[in-house]
Write a protein that binds this ligand. Structure first.
Ligand code: GUN
Ligand code: ZN
Length: 426
């Protein structure tokens, strides 16, 4: 067993944070050999239960759950900051041409290595990640994640139409490749597979049907896609699928809405769509830096809460502009402000942090497994240094409440705040 003494942040089931100013975190192996949280709480009473345990003392530091990124594209690491009029020209002029390069295994491996190092530097310990349409891109990312024992979920992108040569795949082969990758990687250690239709406009009905059949055959595999991000995209889907009730309805029609299905953006929704999300158990990956950068729109938090579907935060690199969960939480705060009709704070700092940890884990169907430091959770955590910059040190020293402390880090924080990222062993 290992023990760490520092301030400790974790979450209760009702989305609020618990903070121990002088806390103790004890980790050890469970019956299956995974390293999990064995005990957590105030140092004084808890240390008495573990006499003689070797304890790393981290004065002035804050231990928090590793962040969960619900939607990110590893092949777009080098696409960050590409300017475009909106989503569709951004895909055509920057993203598709760049993703062609991932047919080369050495190139994919080099980017995968950089990408995972960047996740870890930013304190992200679980991510649901797009690869490209090339199976080699998936092999490269799983191989690299396995080296770090990272909890990572990815999948080969399905896109058999409206896509240029070099990224377009072939319907039947794409489904054969998907199933082979599921069998090779899903559930291997901490790795998981996600069936990954890029978005409705780039898949034929046959490909979406095949994806839905695989989703039914492998119910604990994830599904990831994009939906209702941009108004031109929504209009295009209406033309391509005139009989579906809505853009989200297309995925519903093909059996792609269920638990463990994560849809990025979910902006241009009505309450019928939100109810479909809620009733199916699907979840939204809210991607505020991407939506602000590409001018896509604003996720409606009040409507999501009113109807009651799941959601959590995502960077959406490279439409998104940062790997840092602090930047994403701050952008989400701005978005909450935009849509706000009730007086008050819109999104509280505790709620923002929850959306990127325990809330995101719940959206993935991994509540109690990752994204928190409750007893039994896998021991993925970060060590934050609230004095990492002169301004952070000055501002956090003046915090009079947990909300003020968390807000100081959300507003001023970035990768410099993350002193160490610890991944569970075993
Ligand atoms: N819709 C289809 N593909 C993509 C993508 O790569 N990024 C974003 N933001 N939206 C998409
Ligand atoms: Zn995306």
């Amino acid at each position: 067993m290992k023990a760490y003494r520092a301030a400790v942040l974790r979450f209760t089931d009702d989305r609020t944070a618990v903070y121990e100013a002088d806390g103790l975190l004890v980790t050890g192996q469970d019956a299956t050999g995974r390293e999990v949280v064995k005990a957590v709480g105030a140092y004084g009473p808890l240390s008495a239960q573990f006499p003689g345990i070797a304890t790393a003392h981290l004065p002035g530091r804050l231990i928090a759950p590793g962040f969960v990124d619900l939607h990110i594209h590893y092949p777009q690491t080098d696409v960050i900051g590409a300017p475009a009029a909106g989503l569709l020209p951004w895909l055509e002029n920057y993203t598709f041409p760049h993703e062609k390069r991932f047919s080369a295994p050495d190139y994919a491996a080099e980017v995968a290595q950089f990408f995972i190092a960047e996740l870890l530097r930013n304190g992200v310990t679980t991510s649901l990640t797009f690869a490209t349409s090339h199976p080699t891109s998936v092999q490269a990312l799983f191989t690299e994640a396995q080296k770090h024992n990272l909890r990572l979920i990815t999948g080969k992108v399905l896109q058999d139409r409206n896509s240029p040569d070099g990224v377009r795949d072939e319907t039947e082969q794409s489904l054969i490749d998907t199933e082979a990758l599921i069998q090779q990687w899903h559930g291997l250690g901490r790795l998981g597979y996600a069936i990954t239709p890029r978005f409705a406009p780039t898949s034929t009905e046959a490909q979406l049907k095949g994806a839905g059949e695989l989703a039914a055959k492998y119910p604990d595999v994830w599904i990831q896609s994009h939906v209702a991000e941009n108004k031109d995209e929504v209009a295009w889907v209406r033309e391509l699928f005139p009989t579906s009730h809505s853009y989200l309805g297309v995925y519903s029609d093909f059996g792609l809405l269920r638990e463990r299905a994560l849809y990025a953006h979910c902006i241009h929704f009505d309450d019928h769509d939100r109810a479909l999300m809620r009733d199916s158990g699907a979840a939204a990956a809210v991607s505020p830096t991407s939506n602000l950068f590409l001018g896509s729109g604003f996720f409606d938090y009040e409507a999501a809460d009113r109807v009651g579907h799941r959601y959590g935060l995502a960077s959406d690199v490279g439409g998104g502009t940062s790997f840092s969960p602090f930047h994403t939480m701050l952008a989400a705060y701005y978005v909450g402000r935009e849509g706000q009709t009730k007086p008050g704070l819109s999104l509280s700092p505790q709620n923002l942090w929850w959306q990127h940890t325990a809330g995101a884990a719940a959206a993935l169907g991994l509540g109690g497994v990752v994204g928190n430091l409750a007893v039994g959770c896998e021991a993925d955590f970060i060590v934050l240094n609230p004095e990492a910059t002169p301004l952070l040190a000055r501002k956090t020293a003046q915090a009079r409440s947990l909300d003020e402390l968390l807000f100081a880090m959300i507003v001023l924080g970035d990768d410099r705040l993350v002193e160490r990222t610890v991944i569970a062993q075993g």
